[in-house]
Design a protein around this ligand. Structure first.
Ligand SMILES: [Zn+2]
Length: 236
């Protein structure tokens, strides 16, 4: 896939991953290109999606969400933060501080730049035939298709961007908040037993890997960035 664009921690999605992500999302995993982060059980936690996907009629549609947080455990925990008002709180935090505002803008711009690199000339041509307006929006939109670069819209999207692309300051704050709530990025022991919030898909044979085996270098890096590496590795 797209040589030179992917991050070193991305892995090509396997047929197992396609099945798992479909079960995690509850719909077919269209446009799935790669897995950007895996949990300690080896399941996809963040996936990379094509910038445009074919609709049922074969017409190409823009898809501005490059990174998708598919881990049901993390998605639920991030929803909990959102329901506690953290979108507004982080929006305020990042608006008040000019340095933070600049870092957020840079993350949106970085997300837009990566998407522009992912749109190959043939995709661009097909999209332009459908709608030049859609192409412009796809090329200029930030994290999760956001058009307002001072905005924090969805914490799932910022965390996914942080784990998938790297360097998203809001995603970094979400990692800290999750850590404060005792939520580990590499999944919960309960995920293995498929309890509430756990991954609905069963582990394929031989796919029981641990975080300590280094399957997800991005998680390790993010743990270290957030200064939570010690706590994360304990008890895994
Ligand atoms: Zn969200």
């Amino acid at each position: 896939m797209m040589p030179g664009i992917g991050r070193p921690w991305w892995e090509k999605a396997t047929p197992d991953d396609v099945v798992t992500v479909g079960a995690q999302l509850g719909r077919p995993a269209t446009g799935l290109l790669a897995v950007a982060a895996r949990c300690r059980f080896g399941q996809p936690a963040v996936v990379v999606t094509a910038p445009a996907v074919e609709g049922p009629d074969g017409v190409l549609e823009p898809f501005p969400t490059t990174f998708w947080l598919t881990c049901p455990y993390l998605a639920e925990e991030v929803s909990r933060l959102e329901s506690q008002g953290w979108i507004a709180r982080l929006s305020g935090e990042f608006k008040r501080d000019p340095q933070k505002a600049a870092a957020l803008r840079a993350a949106h711009e970085g997300a837009a730049e990566l998407r522009r690199q992912m749109v190959t000339p043939p995709i661009m041509e097909r999209l332009e035939r459908v709608s030049p307006h859609a192409v412009r929006r796809l090329a200029s939109a930030g994290v999760a298709g956001s058009r307002h670069f001072e905005a924090v819209k969805c914490l799932h999207a910022h965390l996914a961007d942080h784990l998938g692309r790297g360097g998203n300051p809001v995603g970094r704050r979400v990692v800290e908040l999750l850590d404060e709530h005792g939520v580990t990025l590499s999944g919960s022991p309960a995920c293995r037993t498929e309890q509430a919030g756990a991954c609905p898909a069963r582990l394929p044979e031989g796919r029981s890997v641990s975080y300590n085996e280094g399957r997800s270098p991005i998680l390790q890096q993010v743990f270290e960035d957030a200064g939570v590496a010690k706590r994360q590795t304990r008890g895994t």
